[in-house]
Ligand binder design. Sequence first.
Ligand code: C5P
Length: 398
Amino acid sequence: MLDDKRILLIISGGIAAYKSLELIRQLRKAGAWVTPVMTGAAREFVTPLSVSALAEEKVYQDLFDLTDEAEMGHIELSRSADLIVVAPATANLMAKMAQGIADDLASTLLLATDTQVLVAPAMNVRMWDHPATQRNIATLQSDGIRFVGPNEGAMACGEFGPGRMAEPLEIVSAIEAEFEEGPLTGRRILVTSGPTHEPIDPVRYIANRSSGAQGTAIAQALSALGAEVIFVTGPAEAARPTHARVVEVETASQMLEAVQGVLPVDAAVFAAAVADWRVEGARDSKIKKEAGGLPSLSFAENPDILATISQMTEGRPDLVVGFAAETDDVIAHATAKRARKGCDWIVANDVSPETGIMGGTENAVTVISQEGAESWPRMGKDAVASALADRIAQTLAD
Ligand code: C5P
């Protein structure tokens, strides 16, 4: 239920705007107050009169409406809601949001707000697939904007594919999820994930193997318990978590800088497979293959991000969790690593090729803490992530 929750609903111009009428009806039924905002294009699809009748509220339409400004200025309007929902969100409005363009009431409210924003995109499949739209989505996700949909299916334009706006009841569920409290509600947790790439020249790099799957699963599990998750990732192939603020980096030095930039956090989970070395004097231009000569590379040590954060004397997270991917003597090496780095827990796993863990869907871990070593049965990476998230929640609550 959404008892007395205040939703600012921004309706932009697409054929899916007709579904926003049903969305308003369902939100009112769930007990929410809806303040509608319509763009000029939205008014071509549904009338402000219908929107206002269902919302039982006036519809805000223009940036320069002095009556509106006298009642509630646009800055206040943007911040007075518990949640801002954009449904439907057109490709154009998302592009403006990603670029910080404020040229009408809707885009200005979105730029002026510090309230959580949930977006329900709706557009033609080609527009959805276009690299520009995908770039904008990645930017918005890393800004902490949440998404619901789009769904796949037949579209009003006659084409088929992703781009259909989520159904009103799905949007209501996503809105309810935003207000759900979990054991980690109010906690800020950092997760590092993926490999880092250390350039040799503009086309070559050295890296560790890492799909990023375990890191994404951990971020997802922490969000599911209500945490605000900041996900700092190297160039990993795994999908990015849907509820986290995503910060993309490439090298270990950039990862350290990004991590330091998001502190303070309550807990930090370092699941990234950071390259231990970088190439000293990486070249700005491609190293040419010369007949008979091999280039020689010299290496410099990368900063140890886990150790740096674990050993902070001021503002250290309450809980610091590191990972140890080992191929032999797993527990002995991981126990020594915990002491050396100064973290609270080490999640150790055996990544010998015969285990199939590296790049696979399962993991078998041993959690090493002050209390000793606890081996968990082999299970899916999602299950490992949720067991770890539960344990983090319990520890932070103690
Ligand atoms: O020393 P090793 O690479 O085995 O340590 C693994 C743990 O340390 C992981 O949690 C990893 O994310 C973290 N690490 C780090 N910065 C590095 C190297 C490792 O944060 N430069």
